[in-house]
Design a protein around this ligand. Structure first.
Ligand code: SAH
Length: 353
């Protein structure tokens, strides 16, 4: 008897579904693959699949904490106030930011939005005082929010439209009997394309993230209603762009996004330009979108690195290497962007001038 595919093999499940009901959307594919991917593992660090800024150096979370404490202080230091983090990974950023905030006299409630049971358990070790949420809907609605999301929006599903000889179609995931692969859907999607993009060449792909737009709108709506400020940090582009940015990473190497659903981290670049108008539509202020390297430098990361190096000489080399990875233009400094939002009565944030 041939070996049956294991019951929980997501690739086999997608193959069966597509073979019987036809291709699924890219967004469906990403949402289900990432839910499976994050649910059962801690993917961060050298032994995992990828490394993020807070895992590179404590200075990253510290600069975030300094920014939040500064804007909170200049807003009059309202209390109570809540620290909210979306997709906190191992909880490292929260721990480092909260430590700095406490030194400045800010001790907020802590609310973590995290879908993964495995990561919630890891976060509870570093941030035991936290309360957890499946999504933003259950966050407190009666106090100002200090919101942080680092490499969260990039993990949300994107939708893709592709130009074909027959007009615009949704880009889908099909099954050719052996592998999952991108195919054009059979329903016309021309009405979904903005007029200025309608005449792109065959093969052109237009990518949008309805999920990132929804989350940004909800943050902006809450800031306007409750007060507060937010930092959205991710790799992405400040200007609109054409083409697919979907990528998969496994064991620190890029792999085919359709080869290992649920076993590789699927991400797409965040289109920060598309998020800016949403902030205003929901009543909040956009403070700016700047490169991570420039923002960290404006927040004083170099001075912090010097202080750490002189206090812990044995760590000087590691501190310098971490600083370099976070700010250098050929490392994370340019590709990653920091976008700031605030409630209308709140002051401007540091580092966005
Ligand atoms: N911010 C962390 C981790 C980034 S990885 C860091 O910088 O190290 C992405 C994080 O978002 C993980 O914690 C993952 O479990 C969470 N996540 C991804 N999609 C999610 C969703 N739809 N709802 C809630 N959390 C999600």
């Amino acid at each position: 008897m041939p070996a049956a595919a294991p019951k929980d093999d997501l690739r086999a499940r997608f193959a069966r579904l597509i073979a019987t009901s036809g291709p699924i959307s890219i967004a469906h594919y990403i949402a289900e693959s990432n839910a499976r991917y994050y649910a059962s593992r801690d993917p961060l660090g050298v032994t995992g699949d990828f490394t993020t800024a807070p895992e590179i150096s404590q200075m990253f979370g510290e600069m975030v904490g300094v920014w939040l404490a500064d804007i909170w202080q200049r807003a009059g230091g309202p209390a109570p106030v809540a620290y909210v983090e979306l997709g906190p990974g191992r909880g490292t950023l929260a721990r480092d930011a909260l430590r700095v905030m406490e030194r400045i006299g800010l001790v907020p409630q802590v609310h973590l939005v995290e879908g993964s049971p495995a990561l919630r358990a890891v976060q509870a070790m570093l941030v035991p005082q936290a309360q957890w949420h499946d999504d933003l809907s259950t966050l407190p609605d009666d106090l100002p929010l200090l919101v942080v999301a680092n490499e969260f929006l990039d993990a949300l599903p994107v939708r893709q439209l592709v130009r074909t000889a027959n007009g615009w179609r949704e880009r889908m995931v099909g099954w050719d009997g052996e592998r999952l692969l991108p195919v054009a859907g059979d329903r016309p999607m021309d009405a979904a394309i903005p007029p200025e993009l309608a005449d792109l060449a065959d093969g052109a792909i237009v990518e949008t993230s309805p999920a990132a737009a929804t989350v940004t709108g909800e943050i902006a709506r809450r800031l306007a209603a409750q007060g507060g400020a937010a930092l959205l940090i991710d790799y992405g582009h400040a200007q609109p762009r054409i083409g697919s940015t979907l990528q998969a990473v496994r064991a620190h190497a890029g792999v085919d996004p359709f080869a290992h659903p649920g076993e590789a981290d699927l991400t797409a670049h965040v289109d920060f330009a598309a998020l800016v108008p949403i902030v205003g539509q929901f009543g909040s202020r956009w403070l700016g979108t700047v490169a991570q390297g420039a923002w960290l430098q404006a927040m004083g990361i170099e001075q912090r690195a010097q202080a750490l190096a002189s206090r812990f000489p044995s760590q000087a080399e590691a501190v310098a290497a971490g600083l370099q990875r976070l700010v250098a233009p050929d490392a994370m400094g340019d590709l990653f962007k920091v976008m700031g939002l605030a409630a209308p009565p709140w002051p401007d944030g540091a580092g966005f001038a």
